[in-house]
Structures are given as C-alpha cells and as structure tokens.
Design a protein around this ligand. Structure first.
Ligand code: ADP
Length: 307
C-alpha cells in the first residue's frame, strides 16, 4: 500500500465514484434531476449526451466545485465538498477553458502544479509526454491553441491522480490532437486510473470507454458497455426500407415493436427477420445494419446528440 492509499477513507475498493439521486437547479433549470451513477475504479466511463444534459454540472459536482442541492456523491469515499483538500491530491481535472496568467511560462507552471502533490510526475517527463519540451520557456499567451490544451492536460495529470475528469477532451482538437488524446486516455487506463469524460461524440464513447452513461435532462437514462446499451434498448437492428408509400408503411409499422422514422422509413427492431416477413409486399429492405449508439440515443430521447 503506498502512502496515498493510507489517506483514503474506508470504502468499497472497486468503486471510484458513487452518485445517488443528485439534484441541482439553477433557478428554474434542473441541471441534475435525480442523477445516480456508479463508476468502477480503473475504468474509462464516457458521459454521453447533448449540450445542456447536465454532464458538466455532474463533473463539477464530482470535483467539489459545485455542491448538489440534494443527493449524495462520494469519490474514492470522499465527500467532494467536505474533503476537498484530500480529494484534490488524488483527482486530476481538465476543464474546457484552461488559462494561466500572461507572465507564466509553461515549464514554470508545471513545476508549480507538481509542487502541490505528494507524488508528482517529474516536470521534464510531463513536458516530454505532452510534446512541450521546446515550449518550456514560452509564456502562456504565446502558446498555440493545441499547446495550451496539452498544457491543461499536463496540469491535470502531473499529480499522478487516481481519478481523472476530462470535460469534452477531444472537442475542438484537430485529428492529430484527437488521436494524441485518445492514446493518452488509453494509457491512463492501462496505468489503472479511473477516467470520467464527457462527450457528445459517439465515436469517442465507443472507442475509448469501458462504460457509457447516456445522460439526458439531468439524469442517466442508460448505462453499460456500448454493446449492452444497444441490446437493452430493444432496437438493435436498423433496416432501411423502400416503399412507394412511406407514410402508409409507417402507419402500418407503428403498432409493431418497431420504431419507424417516417422521413426515410428507417425501422429499428430487435427482430429483423420477423420485420422482413411483416413488410413483405409492402416494402423492400435495402439495408440492414446494427443500430448505432447515436440511433439508440435518438430512439430513447427523441433528440439528436449533436445539437
Ligand atoms: P452539459 O455539460 O451536458 O452541456 P451543463 O451541465 O453545462 O450540461 O448544463 C446543464 C443545464 O444547466 C443547461 O441547461 C445549462 O444551461 C444550465 N446551467 C449550467 N450551468 C449554469 C449556471 N452556472 N447558471 C445557470 N444555468 C446553468
């Protein structure tokens, strides 16, 4: 057991984050509306949902930056508000808009942040890992957008945190930056850390996450592996149907255990063979493929992920 473990309160060793019935309202907006979620240690969990779903508010609650109106949250057994200082030593947080004073150089900033932790990454290693060796003496405003983002991530990780919280980590990055970040997240996972990230990018969620929590209107509407979220939706298959009369076909399909999308007559079902029989003579099946998480999100919420 290392020194840091000794400071952890008695808790279920397998659980990193336990949130129960969280509520948080901003005047009339219910940013969190009874959100419950358990995140296992050593996993990557993606919070997938459209803008305004409550992802950031939830992550801020995990980090102790916001107190919920009601409900409880524990991170490695700590209450994030009451044990903020203990938690700060084991938590790494990447916020969307990372910024530093204009006079601070990248290397100086990392040396300062490293000094806050009991067991930090050496600054040279952090500069190397995040491709900032040549930028160590450059002041913050003179870094490129990508370099600022990498410095923000280095700041989040320099303390070797057990739990890493990343708010929209790949948003606004070029493809190379996105790949760098995805590799970094895989590496964190292989080091046994717990990663919680928010995204509205289904590809990110599918590719990176062990577990996906679909969040909508302040609550978790589905959780599990990408595969299990799809299976439990009841709509694993997506059939593209051609028919001279789409509206009539949609009306015909409506009472069946199928969700027809009238514009293109795409039907989702768990029983594709039956559906093929049922539409025989009414429509031709042009294509069948597995329903994507994006499809499932739309079916469960009636809303698009990308807004
Ligand atoms: P997401 O990260 O999923 O986009 P947020 O947690 O940022 O969602 O927002 C959830 C809801 O709460 C949104 O309707 C947002 O406008 C509102 N909200 C978030 N922060 C504040 C705040 N500080 N004041 C008022 N409303 C807020």
């Amino acid at each position: 057991m290392n020194q840091r473990d000794l400071t952890l309160p008695d808790t279920d060793a397998r659980v990193a984050v336990e949130a129960l019935e969280l509520h948080k309202a901003y005047s009339t907006t219910h940013a969190l509306d009874g959100l419950s979620l358990t995140i296992r240690r050593g996993t990557v969990t993606a919070l997938l949902g459209p803008n305004g779903a409550g992802k950031t508010t939830f992550m801020e609650t995990i980090c102790g930056m916001r107190a919920p109106d009601s409900g409880s949250v524990r991170v490695l057994g700590f209450d994030p508000v009451r044990h903020r200082r203990d938690l700060a030593l084991v938590l790494g947080v990447q916020v969307q808009e990372f910024s530093l004073q204009a006079t601070v150089k990248a290397g100086e900033a990392l040396a300062f942040f490293a000094s806050l932790y009991p067991d930090p990454m050496p600054v040279d290693e952090a500069l190397r890992r995040f491709g900032l060796v040549k930028k160590a003496d450059v002041r913050f405003p003179r870094l490129s957008g990508g370099q600022k983002r990498r410095l923000g991530i280095a700041r989040a990780l320099i303390g070797n945190p057990s739990v890493v919280v990343l708010d929209e980590p790949t948003a606004g990055l070029d493809p190379q930056g996105q790949e760098f970040l995805r590799d970094e997240i895989r590496r964190l996972r292989s080091e046994g850390r717990t990663v919680v990230l928010s995204t509205h990018d289904v590809d990110d969620a599918e590719e990176l996450a062990d577990e996906i929590a679909i969040i909508d209107r302040g609550t978790v509407i589905a959780q599990g592996t990408a595969q299990s979220v799809r299976s439990r939706s009841g709509y694993r298959h997506r059939l593209l149907l051609r028919t001279p009369n789409p509206r009539q076909l949609a009306d015909y399909l409506a009472p069946l255990p199928t969700v027809p999308r009238v514009d293109s007559v795409v039907a989702f079902t768990d029983t594709p063979d039956e559906l093929r029989l049922q539409v025989e003579g009414r429509a031709e099946v042009l294509d069948e493929r597995p329903a994507s998480l994006e499809d499932v999100f739309l079916l469960l919420t009636g809303r698009e992920l990308r807004v």
